[in-house]
Design a protein around this ligand. Structure first.
Ligand code: ATP
Length: 365
C-alpha cells in the first residue's frame, strides 16, 4: 500500500483515519494507530469513549464511516468478519452450552480440512495451554466463570489466527479470578506470541497487562504509550486524571520551570518552557511524589503540611494534607504504614515534606 513506506515492515494491524458516525453522533474521529507484531495493546477509556466500536470495526462486526483497516499490509476494511484473520473473546463467555468443552474449543476446526485425529490433538494442546487438560468432556455449566473464559480463549486460538481480540474479557469475573486470569492471559499471549488487542475500562488491568496502552476519550486517541509512559508522562490532563490518582494544584507560571502556588514558589524540572509568566496552569502531582526523608536545607518545594485526614488501607495509607502556603489547597499523599508510625503522621499533626520537583507536570488551565 502507498500508505506504508517500503522500508518498514508492515504493521500487524494498521488503522488509518477511521471515523464512525452513528447518525449525527461521531463515536470515532480520525483514529490512526499501528500495532506491532506480537504486542499486547489495550484500548483504555471511560464508558462511551469508542473503544468497543473500534474493536468491532477491526473485527468487521461494525462498518467504519471512513478510513481503512490494514492487517499485515493487506486492506481488510471491507471484508466480512469470517474473511478476516482473528480470534475473539467477549465479556460474556459465549460458549455453546450444549457442546462439550472439547467440542467448543474445536468448533472452528471442524469446518477446516483437518482430520479428526489432528483436531483432537490440537484441542488437547489448547486445553493444556489454558490449564484445563482434563476438562474436555465437561460442559460449560460445570465450569466456573474464569474456567469458561479460559475455554473461550482456547477456542479463539484454535485456528492459529494472526490477531487476538479481547472485549472486556475479565469484567464478568469476581475480583480474585480476574487477577488470576490477568496473569494467565498475559503469559499465554507471550507464549503464543500472538498480536493482541484488549478493550478495558479498568486502568489496573491495562497497566498490568499491556505492552502499550491506547488511552481513548470522546472518540479520539489521547495518548499511546507503555504503561509507565502513560503513568509518568501523561500527554494530556485527561490521561493524567484517568490513569492513576493525581492531585491538581492551581498555579501561575513564573517562567523558567517555576510556578506560584498560593504563597509558595514551586520548582518543576520536567516542565519545559511552554508557559509565559502569568499563564494560569494546573500542576499535577501523583500521591507518591512526595519526599519525607533526607530533606535538606536546599531541597526544593519543601513545606510544612498539616495532616487533615489519614485513611488506613493496610501497608499503604493515604494522608490528606493542606498548608496555609498553598492557600488551603489539599493533597492526597501516599505513605507506607511504617512512615506513618516513624514520622508520626496523624490527623492534626504537622509534617515536613517536599513535593518532588522532577515529578510535577504542568498543563494549561
Ligand atoms: P463501554 O465501555 O460503555 O462499552 P465504549 O468506550 O466501548 O464504552 P462504545 O460502545 O464504543 O463505547 O460506544 C461509543 C459511543 O457510540 C457511545 O456513546 C455509544 O452510545 C455510541 N454507540 C455505540 N453503538 C451505537 C449504535 N449502534 N447506535 C448509536 N450509537 C451507538
Amino acid at each position: 500500500s502507498q500508505l506504508i513506506p517500503t522500508s518498514a515492515p508492515p504493521a500487524a494491524l494498521e488503522i488509518v483515519g477511521v471515523r464512525k458516525d452513528f447518525e449525527t453522533f461521531s463515536a470515532l474521529r480520525d483514529v490512526h494507530l499501528r500495532v506491532n507484531p506480537g504486542e499486547m495493546l489495550c484500548f483504555l477509556g471511560p464508558s462511551g469513549c469508542g473503544k468497543t466500536t473500534l474493536l468491532r470495526i477491526i473485527a468487521g462486526l461494525e462498518t467504519q464511516t471512513a478510513g481503512q483497516i490494514l492487517q499485515n499490509g493487506k486492506d481488510v476494511s471491507w471484508l466480512s468478519p469470517d474473511k478476516r484473520d482473528y480470534g475473539i473473546v467477549f465479556q460474556s463467555y459465549a460458549l455453546f452450552p450444549n457442546l462439550s468443552i472439547a467440542e467448543n474449543v474445536g468448533y472452528g476446526l471442524v469446518n477446516s480440512r483437518a482430520k479428526r485425529g489432528e483436531i483432537k490433538a490440537r484441542v488437547d494442546e489448547l486445553l493444556k495451554l489454558v490449564g484445563l487438560p482434563t476438562s474436555g468432556a465437561k460442559y460449560p455449566s460445570q465450569l466456573s466463570g474464569g474456567q469458561q473464559q479460559r475455554v473461550a480463549l482456547a477456542r479463539a486460538l484454535a485456528t492459529r489466527p494472526g490477531l487476538l481480540l479481547l472485549d472486556e474479557p475479565l469484567s464478568a469475573l469476581d475480583a480474585l479470578e480476574r487477577i488470576r486470569l490477568r496473569g494467565e492471559i498475559r503469559r499465554l499471549q507471550k507464549q503464543v506470541g500472538i498480536t493482541t488487542i484488549m478493550v478495558t475500562h479498568d486502568q489496573e488491568e491495562a497497566l498490568s497487562m499491556a505492552d502499550r496502552i491506547v488511552v481513548m476519550n470522546h472518540g479520539v486517541i489521547e495518548q499511546v504509550g507503555t504503561p509507565m509512559e502513560i503513568y509518568e508522562q501523561p500527554a494530556t490532563p485527561f490521561v493524567a486524571d484517568f490513569v492513576g490518582k493525581v492531585n491538581v494544584l492551581r498555579a501561575m507560571a513564573l517562567g523558567n520551570q517555576r510556578f506560584q502556588v498560593g504563597d509558595m514558589e514551586l520548582q518543576c524540572d520536567a516542565c519545559d518552557g511552554a508557559f509565559e509568566p502569568g499563564d494560569a496552569v494546573n500542576l499535577y502531582l501523583r500521591p507518591e511524589d512526595r519526599a519525607v526523608e533526607h530533606l535538606r536545607e536546599d531541597t526544593p518545594n519543601r513545606l510544612q503540611a498539616k495532616v487533615t485526614k489519614v485513611e488506613f488501607l493496610g501497608g499503604l495509607c493515604i494522608a490528606e494534607v493542606t498548608a496555609d502556603a498553598l492557600h488551603g489547597q489539599t493533597l492526597g499523599l501516599h505513605f507506607s504504614l511504617n512512615q506513618l508510625h516513624d514520622l508520626d503522621i496523624r490527623e492534626g499533626n504537622t509534617i515536613d515534606i517536599a513535593l518532588r520537583a522532577n515529578r510535577i507536570r504542568a498543563f494549561a488551565a
